[in-house]
Design a protein around this ligand. Sequence first.
Ligand SMILES: [Fe+2]
Ligand SMILES: [Fe+2]
Length: 363
Amino acid sequence: MIYTYTPHRHIARNAIKLSLKSSSNIVSNILSRSISRSLTTTPTPTSNHQQQQLLDLNHLPPSNNTHLVRLTTLEEQREGEFLTESVFKHHGYDIDQMHAIKFEHRPVKSPRDFITYNFMKYLRKSFDYFTGYIEPIDENHRIKIANSENRMTLEKWLTRFVVLESIAGIPGAVAAFLRHLHAIRLFRRDKAFIDTLLDEAFNERMHLLTFLKMANPTKFTRALLWVGQGIFANLFFLTYLFSPKTAHRFVGYLEEEAVNTYSRCLKDIELGLCPELEDAIVPKIAIDYWKLPENAKFYDLIQYIRADEAKHREVNHTIANLQLNGEDRNPFALQIKSDPRPQPSNTLENHKAQGWERKDLIL
Ligand SMILES: [Fe+2]
Ligand SMILES: [Fe+2]
């Protein structure tokens, strides 16, 4: 059974009675939890008592942008028997390498970097403002936000994810389309970029489809995406046409922020600041795509999605460092086994968050 419910009736709100404790209690609570946290994939489940010390769910703000689609069992999510297999299989990640992913920023080194980075920051700040998202400065601030009207509820997280992923699916598809046009117009080989770019676009769409199994965006959010896609897709198309390096650098910086957002989400789950996220069921579509165990937690899913974003960050920053006039090949498409130097891969092997410099690549 699938049903939609409104946030003010949220079960967690009624189930957890809360009281604010002094900040010293909160900090010591977090420290002890961090130390005792096991090294398993999922975080140690947060007890109601611990949540009571950290959260005041009376401050749950209402959501106007997204309603939840509550799935209670995997059986409810069966897609039917006529689904086609995708050609873009997920490469999978080493668990330790995946857990080691963190926010990393490629320093601004050129006027191109400066323009793309600041444009991306402007977009990010506008997006934060309109979705009521506040970036925590430190652990205390994170808890303060969780106890205020700016608390990130499951609905707010899902709104953010849906909008982010809907936009993030554009660059790979547009870039692949334009490179395809170049190849057939200029009679030259693409040197394997198109596949990686289409894979990225598909991967972003899988992120979106996963979240859409859990969220039902309102008409306002859908309208925002119509307008947003119209503007962003055309802007990106024109930018890529005249300066593909600029377009890829912009995406590299955008992906840095995606890693940042998912890292915050994971941290909030670890600290028990959003119990609804901890209990959310992982949709079947995600279990199939990332080959997760059937009892996977939402935390595991976000780990994979964050690693995907880190991969996009690396790929786009690297492509922005290449000669894109047909000279260089895509270094992620093929590893030259006869050369002992470490090279980019399709997984998190030899991962470089800031991208590979051209001088270090076998092209
Ligand atoms: Fe994504
Ligand atoms: Fe991404």
